[in-house]
Design a protein around this ligand. Sequence first.
Ligand code: MN
Ligand code: MN
Length: 297
Amino acid sequence: MGRIGITLIRFIIETQAGQPAPPGEFSALLAQIGLAGKLIAHDLRRAGLINILGATGATNVQGEAVKKLDEIANEAFIKVCQDSGLVCALASEEMEKPLQLPENWPHGKYMLLFDPLDGSSNTDVNMPLGAIFSILRYEGKGGLPSAPEVVRKGTEQVAAGYLMYGSSTMLIFTSGHGVNGFTLHPGIGEYLLSHENIRMPAKGKVYAVNEGNYHKWPAGTRRYVDPGETDKPEGKLRLLYEANPLALVVEQAGGRASTGTMRILDVEPKALHQRVPLLIGSAEDVSLAEAFIQGKR
Ligand code: MN
Ligand code: MN
């Protein structure tokens, strides 16, 4: 249990003092992400009642069926960010290209990449969902970044985190100085610090894999699971708005994130929707899984 009564905004203002990015702008951006989370959580809570479950009939750029809630969540992020004057680029799983802000639009230095609804195949069965976000700064001279300029390496992230819509709504993030978790107090609509300085044990007790894809795994992954998570050799998760932000969070909590052969954050990205295999978790467990994948065990 952390200190009582620390709101998300107060926490950022207190902890970001002295950082190169103005803390006012950064806290405002996190507040907008938190607001998107509140809007989405509100819709999810009554999703079965207002006819927003199921598929839209469309397929996204990754060839996946788009759920109505994918679109609603994507629109919530756009709505709260594009007019904020804080961002210069918005890119998401649900949009083929980064959203083009109009010329002369009020904008800031932040580029926000996000998975607006992670685990959206869970929507129709009332399972937990989340959102993942990656924050970068565009230091180009004036103007807005081009689409290729949004595709950046994980080490360039200035902050990253995720929202979790479980029994509570939570916002977990890092700006490179540890990981902190905030729980939405539904009565007052504020995110309060509930998990201060989250650390990961060197070795975990649980592992998580998508076992339905067992037959598609490389031999090393099967060998490891037969006594962590990678799927097809090219992976399933998207580098820029799933693997990179989660990798930054996990490293800041003392864990590791790997493709099986290299650090996720060092992967040189080539495309906005590029996939990557992801082994993520406690440092010793990820190292052991790497040894199996590399055929050393
Ligand atoms: Mn996802
Ligand atoms: Mn998604």
